[in-house]
Design a protein around this ligand. Structure first.
Ligand code: ADP
Length: 500
């Protein structure tokens, strides 16, 4: 029996992306399809999404004269079905067309100056309200067995289904159970208590096990309370968020849900990330003609203006933030150079870290080079040409950059946290002997922790055979969506009504 799942996400590749959530939401429909799951995806009608629905390539499925009615004037909205489904998304695309909420300059969550939109609570409450109506049977022709909500922006979908399901025209319509996925616990969608009257929820929802959170409204919290299952994007992060350090206030809730909380690792898109057929590279390579890889190293040195030599070339590709430990990397640059390493870094983010990195590059011309900005093609060339990638994250729900590195023979040097701990096999003696090591893990994200890991990497790099085996083990590791797609499908079946 095919299971019908509505995936509710505020971003999805190839339509709109600000982070890893978009990659997951974009890949899920194809990942679960082989396991008997028909997934539709609901997105907000941002300008970038509307622009891709070329004239006539969609149908209007439903109209809400007043999707949210509390603030005057009421907000009208339409539900569009993209036809045929856009390239890159393996299932129908549903779009919530509500121009008053979603058509504006700036990003999905912030204005052009980088400030959160003042009406984010209303925008994503409306998104959740629409999702609940769709999943709850209020739209003729659409029915779902399970709702899968991603991050705080979709959390209210499950809260509305729980506290205010649509008055369905369809006799026998059931309220489908929900899965709530946490892509990053650091973003919880917390708003003031004054928002509650706008939500159109019954008073019963204003409770500790409802949408209330420390006197305000918590969108992620509301979704977690209402979900039949909670997932996050790696097994280790699923354990870590039971503690205050990683749970960020929601650890008690996570603990109380016991084994309803699961960790399912993200996959990577192996069509985009295949070193044998990557148009961005100077030289394609695979495990069989791995010697060609060095051509990419030479090209990368030239592109970054680094000295040509055989010593280890470290790379980093990252948001330049505290979460990613990029302040610690900046502190370690002198030591890295002193130990004989070079560094090519690509990233954007905090001005203070950018300043530190520029200063380090100025101190070490030919040894350290920094590019500030976002450049997808360059990130591919770096993964193909670098010897090792530094990922000193303080927390990392899953992390994709180390998975791309493994696929490209660039040895990951990672903090032992979240998905980094789950996907990189540390080159300790036993793992080296068993020929399963793929990288280096370290415990403390501080100067001595990272500097020690860099020293280990350089030491291993100088043992050519051991290094080559790390690279090849990484190339052989399978981080496609094949296994996680099946795991999500099993999870949906666990909670789907018996008749589905
Ligand atoms: P997060 O989503 O927390 O930023 P992930 O590692 O899960 O971290 O995913 C981020 C992706 O974006 C990675 O593939 C990383 O290589 C890539 N990336 C980060 N910064 C840049 C940049 N400046 N240019 C190109 N790619 C980048």
């Amino acid at each position: 029996m095919v299971l019908r799942v509505l995936s509710v996400a505020s971003e999805a590749v190839p339509f709109i992306k600000t982070g890893g959530l978009a990659d997951v939401a974009g890949a899920l429909p194809a990942a679960v399809a082989p396991h008997g799951v028909a997934m539709s995806t609901l997105l907000p009608g941002y300008p970038q999404v509307m622009a891709r629905l070329s004239a006539g390539a969609f149908r209007v499925l439903h109209e809400w004269p007043a999707l949210m009615s509390a603030p005057a004037p009421p907000i009208p909205a339409r539900l569009l079905l993209a036809e045929p489904a856009e390239e890159g998304l393996a299932g129908p695309l549903l779009v919530l067309d509500a121009p008053a909420l979603f058509v504006r300059d700036g990003g999905p969550y912030v204005d052009t100056a980088g400030r959160d939109w003042a009406d984010n609570a209303l925008r994503f409450a409306a998104f959740g309200r629409a999702a609940a109506d769709i999943a709850g049977g209020a739209v003729t022709g659409l029915a779902f067995d399970v709702v899968h909500a991603h991050d705080w922006q979709a959390g209210m979908a499950l809260a509305y289904l729980r506290f205010a399901p649509p008055v369905s025209a369809r006799p026998g319509a059931h309220v489908p159970p929900g899965v709530m996925t946490i892509h990053n616990m650091a973003f919880q969608g917390h708003f003031g208590g004054d928002v509650f009257p706008q939500l159109g929820l019954p008073q019963a929802a204003w409770a500790m096990d409802g949408v209330e959170y420390h006197g305000g409204v918590g969108f992620l919290k509301a979704g977690l309370e209402a979900a039949a299952r909670i997932t996050t994007v790696s097994p280790t992060y699923a354990l870590e968020i039971r503690s205050p350090q990683f749970g960020m206030g929601l650890e008690g809730l996570i603990l109380s849900r016991g084994d309803a909380v699961r960790g399912l690792i993200n996959g990577i898109d192996t069509r985009e990330w295949n070193p044998a057929a990557d148009p961005a590279l100077a030289a394609g390579f695979s495990a069989r003609n791995f010697n060609r890889r060095v051509l990419n190293k030479r090209a990368l040195e030239a592109e970054f203006g680094l000295e040509h030599e055989d010593g280890p070339l470290f790379i980093a590709i990252s948001r330049l933030t505290w979460q990613k430990g990029m302040d610690v990397l900046a502190e370690c640059v002198d030591q890295l150079v002193q130990m004989g390493g070079r560094l090519a870094l690509l990233g954007s983010g905090d001005a203070a870290i950018v300043g530190q990195l520029h200063a380090a590059a100025a101190r070490h011309p030919g040894r350290v080079a920094v590019r500030i900005g976002y450049d997808e093609g360059l990130s591919h060339r770096m993964q193909a040409g670098g010897d090792a990638i530094l990922v000193p994250s303080r927390f990392e729900p899953c992390g994709l950059t180390q998975l791309y590195a493994l696929a490209y023979g660039c040895v990951p040097v990672v903090a032992r946290t979240g998905g980094l701990a789950d996907t990189v096999v540390d080159a300790n003696l036993a793992a080296l002997k068993a020929k399963v090591a793929t990288g280096i893990q370290f415990d403390r994200v501080d100067y001595s922790g990272l500097a020690g890991a860099i020293a280990r990497a350089i030491h291993l790099y100088r043992q050519a055979d051991a290094w080559r085996s790390l690279q090849k083990n990484g190339l052989r590791a399978d981080f496609s969506w094949a296994s996680s797609g099946g795991a999500y499908a099993s999870l949906y079946r666990e909670i789907a009504p018996e008749t589905a």
